[in-house]
Design a protein. Sequence first.
Length: 123
Amino acid sequence: MPEPGGGNGGEPIRRRDELLQVMYWMRGEGLGDSVSPADVGRLLADVPRPILDADLRSLCEAGLAEPAGGERYRLTEAGVREGGRRFSEAFADFMKPGHGACSDPACDCHTLGPDACVHAHER
């Protein structure tokens, strides 16, 4: 069933994931514990303002965000956990050490070579 406005049924889920990730990232970067639709709209430029407003209200209804005064919203504790999980999943591949790089100073690969890295098998 098409979403109002011409999107497909998966679009609200994709937008919710992105919105949670953006709010989580902005909070983590110290850009504010609360955001306005204009704040997140800069990073989600493909989302029209009325849909973004509805998505923020939907996050509140789901208990993942709450009004923070005016047009601002903040993540609840559940929203921080969910946003963090989704952010971590989305960027997991970018957080891995590069080829041959191991960040564990106690790993044997530093003395025996990359084949001895126990972490390489975890990827």
